[in-house]
Design a protein around this ligand. Structure first.
Ligand SMILES: C[S@@+](CC[C@H](N)C(=O)[O-])C[C@H]1O[C@@H](n2cnc3c(N)ncnc32)[C@H](O)[C@@H]1O
Length: 221
């Protein structure tokens, strides 16, 4: 596991030095079509090592079978998740970014990642149809890390909630990124469906695990 983490961090170092400029598709806040260097994306948009590794450790400790990630970016957090799980499905709307992510997984030799390309609003319903048709068992971990707009977060959680396994964990990133996201988190934790809601500041974690007693708390990572 440690060697794999070191390899992923090697990719991060490499990407941070890549000054290639790419035209971005922006789905959230920011201007449409602005160009950005790979280095800039690697420095600003990805989960930092300790948080990406924490998610990988969580996947491993849960012995996660299936993981879903919304917001692939350069695919490094996806790589951490994939080292701890049987299979990861990840969704990314920007084709240039998705291509770079695939290159990282190829270099790392990770073959258990499937990427779904396109805006979440279009790809999630298609994926849900596929899961239904395949009798998919659902996900042990769902990580929502893209389109940080409160109403979008609430909509994705509503769509994906039925696909979280009974003891599964839903991680909503950047819940303190804006007052809008904070309000959305406040609304999500009111849902009686969840038995535990933990605010880690970096992200919020929800589970409907029936073994746990109802609790809402905050922990700093
Ligand atoms: C914060 S980055 C993800 C970081 C990644 N999870 C990590 O830790 O390395 C968010 C990504 O989501 C994508 N994204 C944002 N909104 C989207 C949408 N509505 N549909 C599809 N992709 C979207 C962006 O292109 C971006 O690459």
């Amino acid at each position: 596991m440690a060697a794999e983490n070191a390899m992923i961090e090697g990719r991060r170092k490499h990407l941070k030095k890549d000054t290639t400029s790419i035209q971005r598709v922006d789905f959230g806040a920011g201007s449409q079509g602005a160009s950005q260097t790979v280095s800039d994306i690697a420095r600003r948009s990805l989960k930092r090592t300790k948080h990406a590794a924490a998610l990988g450790n969580l996947a491993q400790s849960m012995q996660a079978e299936h993981i879903l990630e919304l917001g692939t970016s350069l695919g490094l957090t996806t790589a951490y998740l994939a080292t701890g799980a049987h299979a990861v499905t990840t969704c990314e709307g920007d084709p240039a970014i998705a291509k770079l992510a695939r290159e990282q997984w190829n270099t790392l030799g990770l073959t258990n990642i499937a990427i779904s390309e396109g805006p979440f609003a279009e790809t999630i319903p298609v994926l849900i149809e596929e899961w239904r048709a395949k009798n998919h068992p659902g996900f042990d971990l769902i990580f929502i890390d893209g389109h940080h707009i409160g109403s979008a977060l609430i909509a994705y959680v509503k769509e994906l909630k039925p696909w979280l396994r009974p003891r599964g964990v839903l991680v909503c990133d950047d819940i303190h990124w804006s007052s809008d996201m904070e309000q959305a988190w406040g609304q999500l934790i009111e849902d009686a469906h969840w038995t535990q809601a933990v605010d880690f500041y970096e992200w919020g974690m929800l589970t409907a695990n029936p073994d746990l007693t109802k609790e809402i708390r905050s922990i700093r990572l």
